[in-house]
Design a protein around this ligand. Structure first.
Ligand code: UD1
Ligand code: MG
Length: 432
């Protein structure tokens, strides 16, 4: 593709996340931080490596779910901890190596463009922050980068510096080969810092080019607070992408759409909706406060306040408020109010009345419900699965269907006989 190899550092623990999960596996818009970086990196280079150590099996497994052409390099994080230690086992194929921290989920291929096609020995990304805390400070003298000092090693004067190291660098291959073996861990964290290469290179008179970048693309995520603010930016991008593809949104900032979701045709998403996984929405209206998880919705309207759980397929269907659907296929159906439809297949022309429940679980196993065409399921009915209701059936309101099968064209009714006790009210409460 070009003369650049990409190395993503993803071996750290990320202790500031206060989590048992490796930092790079924390999700942004439904996909691990590292996924987003790899996706953008592959647009720039076909030689992408990831350095792993902490929870390496989990990191490798997660990335291999999505990408097949990534090289994994193991860091000896016991003897060589730190971002410099992470580079010890790297041997790059190409003449230039772009090193990316694995905790920068907002990076884009476009933003990486500034590091390519350079004659400098090192290109270093820098941004200015009012509150630089957490980042390495970049000491610039006479317009040239002198060194980077980590927050934990900085003196009072250095802590006040507002130029920070964004955490992406391009190195000439031979610069890494020459300086990485010479890094020392004589610092506050007893780690090998990749950032110390800068100081050594500067002393040897190498050309170090600072590249001014923006926080919107280069923000590092070290804590749950950072994760939440990166999510805000990623969500804005996802919504704007779909709106520019023609999806209408009411109060878009209240809508959460995951990375894998796709829309086609004319769609409207109302406020407060959450759409996750690999959901596909075609020519449909998702009304306010609905949640759609890993489901397909075609030519339908869903909500307000409806919940489609994973593996639901809804076509030509009206799903109203307080309806929950799970792992079910509904085609040409009306389910307007207060229902649970789970492990079911429901066919064309069928009406699911208010309060209908498919009883799909007996405490041990799950069972299927099959409902044919033009069935009228009366309100407050329970369908005890496994059950099949054939075409043109009427289920009377309040019926509990337990027969396993209701034959075509019939009525199913189960009710206790209605009776009236005259004057009971007055006997019970007394006359007023
Ligand atoms: C690093 C930089 C800092 C910069 C900041 C930008 C160093 C020493 N400091 O600090 O100057 O301002 O990024 O966000 O590089 N990692 C490994 N192996 C390790 C340690 C870390 O692969 O032994 C990986 C982590 O998984 C992470 C990345 O390197 O993806 C950065 O590590 P992190 O601990 O977040 O470094 P910062 O303290 O943020
Ligand atoms: Mg970091």
């Amino acid at each position: 593709m070009n003369n650049i190899s990409i190395v993503i550092l993803a071996a750290g623990k990320g202790s500031r996340m206060k989590s048992n999960k490796a930092k790079v596996l924390h999700n942004i818009s439904g996909k691990p931080m590292l996924y987003h970086i790899v996706k953008e990196s592959l647009k720039v280079s076909d030689d992408v490596s990831i350095v792993v150590a902490h929870q390496k099996d989990a990191v490798i497994e997660e990335i291999q779910k999505h990408f097949s052409n990534i090289t994994f390099i193991e860091q000896d994080d016991v003897n060589f901890p730190g971002t410099g230690g992470a580079m010890k086992n790297v041997t790059a194929k190409n003449s230039h190596v772009l090193v990316l921290n694995g905790d920068m989920p907002l990076i884009t291929a476009e933003a990486l463009g500034g590091f390519l096609h350079t004659s400098a020995d090192i290109v270093l990304s820098i941004f200015d922050l009012e509150d630089p805390s957490g980042y390495g400070r970049v000491k610039i003298d006479d317009g040239e980068v002198s060194y980077i000092v980590e927050q934990k090693d900085a003196n009072e004067y250095e802590l006040a510096i507002t130029h920070v190291n964004a955490g992406i660098y391009s190195f000439k291959k031979e610069v890494l080969e020459s300086y990485i073996p010479r890094l020392s861990n004589a610092n506050a964290q007893n780690e090998y810092y990749l950032t110390d290469v800068i100081k050594m290179a500067k002393e040897d008179g190498l050309v170090i080019k600072p590249l001014l970048v923006d926080e919107e693309h280069f923000k590092g995520v070290n804590s749950k607070v950072d994760l939440a603010s990166a999510e805000v930016i990623m969500q804005e991008r996802i919504r704007e992408r779909w709106m520019s593809e023609g999806v209408s949104m009411n109060l878009p900032h209240t809508i959460y759409i995951e990375e894998g979701v796709r829309f086609e045709g004319e769609c409207l998403v109302e406020n407060n909706c959450r759409i996750t996984g690999e959901s596909l929405i075609i020519n449909s209206i998702i009304k306010s406060s609905s949640v759609i998880e890993e489901s397909t919705v075609i030519d339908s309207d869903v909500g307000p306040l409806a919940h489609l759980r994973p593996a639901s397929y809804i076509e030509g269907t009206h799903i109203g408020n307080f309806v929950e659907v799970k792992k079910s296929t509904l085609k040409g159906v009306k389910a307007g109010h207060l229902s649970y439809i789970g492990d079911s297949e429901v066919d064309e022309g069928t009406n699911i009345g208010a309060g209908v429940i498919t009883c799909n679980y007996d405490g041990i196993n799950k069972y299927k419900t099959k409902i044919g065409k033009n069935v009228f399921v009366g309100s407050d009915s329970q369908l005890v699965a496994p059950v099949e209701i054939e075409d043109d059936v009427m289920i009377a309101a309040g019926t509990t269907v337990t027969s396993g099968k209701v034959a075509k064209g019939s009525l199913a009714i189960s009710r206790t006989k209605m009776r009236f006790v005259e004057g009971f009210y007055y006997k019970f409460f007394g006359k007023k």
